[in-house]
Design a protein around this ligand. Structure first.
Ligand code: FAD
Length: 507
């Protein structure tokens, strides 16, 4: 292992999807000062995945780091604000028919704690108010179609994410990166040249011959051109944990001048779930399903039926998904980012967050190791923890479902292929013992924090039957009181429509 004072002189990125352009942007930002040359090559014959239109709040830090204002990128990408995700129809019990997974803020500190306390009472079989929709400001903002932006400056605002057009985001980042000096090539890589020790030395294409470099980034999508095909790194499938392996997407028009929702809706269907993502120019919709339980045609029909008239004549795009992750995201002189490194189905819209975390951790570890591979094993371990943590949270939705209308939902509920961490969380929650202590113990591997775990477990009604239904509710803080608080805080926020007009008007 050689000690270098500088990052690689020449980096070659394969793939011009969101992963490729996010990687190029962050590497350029970090290492331009060292004179690192970055080339991105993408194929004209292989399409990008063309979906991926919802984010977590983490994406905000991506734009902040690159000094890109909302008024610059949001209009270019037809973007809207996202206060969280609502989950209708995951249960056939009317009390738990819909719950909201909000993005949090210090505004929720008191009300969130009230929910945690109430859950503690309810887990022991006593009646208490525990529907998470009542306890978080973002849930109220979304319900009232408000933006997460306050009318006047506040000490805290809720975390928020975005919805955006995936293709436009790629174009926006590409234009910016190229203007800042990244070399962009169009060509299809047909072979990978390697040294005897396995390190990659160049990528061949008819269009550009052999493209050499010191470090290579695989953003080639599900094909895993460098990481799987050339370096033969193992792919660990999550198919035993997560059954969905396909999706069908159909856009629908959005009514102009109507208030645009500030939430994603992830509604359970017969053999999976559908997303509905509002952009300023259209809705993005899709059905994520398991091909073992429903055919592509039947899934498309079911999605069209749910979308109604608005989907008439709109094209459907069918997508196969490879769900899982590689064992080593950084191998030899190659880093896999995006769908090539792995994918967890999009229920919580986490893929761009994992892309961003993977690049940022790589830059950090590479620099910490004086630009060597010293921290490669630690890096791979940490990125695997992120993937496995997100997987466990997504699996929880399926494990807790209470639908009985298809074999798919029963099989998900009865699935025993869940991680040790998740088994332990459910066991401790169910037996009424110290859930808080377990959350603290598992903090590093969980990815999702305390409020998210309470929201999903309470929101999906994971409680024992009430021991005496006539008993007066014990709630430490009744829902009515918290609802009033959330309502009054929400008065201080701008409507989503007005905020979008401000942002779009300023462009
Ligand atoms: C159904 C579905 C819904 C999703 N929803 C979300 C969501 O809501 N939120 C979220 O964060 N993420 C979501 N994702 C994930 C998200 O779409 C991806 O993580 C993101 O778009 C990054 O994709 P990518 O750039 O890795 O791959 P791709 O978009 O597939 O790009 C691959 C690139 O590699 C190039 N390429 C491939 N082979 C070669 C070759 N031989 N030579 C040269 N170039 C090559 C292609 O031309 C292309 O440019 C979703 C994914 C799916 C499947």
């Amino acid at each position: 292992m050689q000690n270098n004072t500088k990052p690689p002189r020449k980096i070659v990125i394969v793939g011009g999807g969101t992963a490729g352009w996010m990687t190029a942007s962050l590497l350029q930002h970090a290492w331009n000062k060292y004179g690192t040359e970055i080339t991105l090559i993408e194929s004209a014959d292989i399409d990008t995945i063309g979906v991926g239109e919802g984010s977590t709040p983490y994406l905000k830090t991506f734009f902040t780091k690159l000094n890109i204002e909302e008024s610059e990128w949001m209009p270019a990408c037809h973007a809207t604000y996202k206060c969280g995700i609502s989950f209708p129809n995951w249960s056939s019990d009317s009390e738990y028919n819909n719950y909201f997974h909000p993005f949090f803020s210090p505004l929720d500190l008191k009300s969130g704690n009230a929910l945690f306390d109430n859950c503690c009472i309810r887990r022991r079989g006593h009646p208490a108010d525990t529907h998470p929709n009542d306890f978080f400001v973002s849930a109220t903002l979304a319900r009232r179609q408000l933006s997460p932006i306050p009318k006047k400056k506040m000490p805290f605002i809720p975390d928020y994410g975005y919805h955006f057009d995936a293709a436009l985001l790629g174009q926006f980042l590409k234009k910016r990166a190229v203007s800042l000096g990244i070399t962009y090539l169009v060509g299809t890589i047909d072979s990978v040249a390697q040294h005897d020790n396995g390190e990659i030395c160049g990528l061949s294409s008819k269009e550009h011959g052999l493209l050499t470099g010191d470090f290579f980034i695989d953003c080639s999508g599900f094909s895993g051109l460098l990481i799987n095909k050339a370096l033969k790194e193992k792919f660990i499938s999550f198919k035993e944990n997560l059954f969905n392996d396909a999706a069908v997407a159909i856009p629908t028009p959005i009514e102009p001048n109507k208030n645009i929702p500030s939430e994603t809706v992830s509604k359970a269907l017969s053999n999976g779930w559908m997303w509905k993502i509002p952009l300023v120019s259209r809705y993005g919709n899709g059905y994520v399903y398991s091909s073992k339980y429903i055919s592509a045609q039947a899934a498309e029909n079911e999605l069209r039926q749910h979308l109604g008239e608005s989907a008439k004549g709109m094209p459907a795009r069918h997508i196969k998904m490879r769900v899982g992750r590689v064992e080593k995201h950084w191998s030899h002189n190659c880093l896999a980012i995006g769908l090539s490194q792995g994918f967890i189905e999009p229920l919580e819209a986490t893929a761009l967050m994992l892309i961003q975390l993977s690049i940022e951790h790589f830059i950090h570890n590479y620099e910490k190791g004086q630009h060597t591979n010293k921290y490669r094993p630690a890096y791979n371990k940490r990125i695997n923890e992120f993937f496995d943590g997100v997987r466990d949270y997504v699996v929880t939705h399926y494990k807790l479902n209470q639908r009985n209308d298809s074999e798919y939902w029963r099989a998900n509920r009865n699935n025993s292929h869940i991680s040790k961490n998740l088994k332990q969380l459910l066991q401790v929650w169910d037996d009424g013992s110290d859930f808080e202590a377990l959350l603290t113990k598992q903090t590093k591997s969980l990815v999702y924090l305390r409020p998210s775990w309470y929201c999903i477990l309470a929101g999906m009604g994971r409680f024992p039957p009430v021991d005496n239904p006539n008993m007066v509710k014990f709630s430490a803080t009744p829902a009515d009181k918290v609802r009033l608080y959330c309502e009054s805080v929400s008065q201080q926020f701008v409507s989503h429509q007005t905020q979008l007009k401000r942002i779009y008007g300023a462009s």
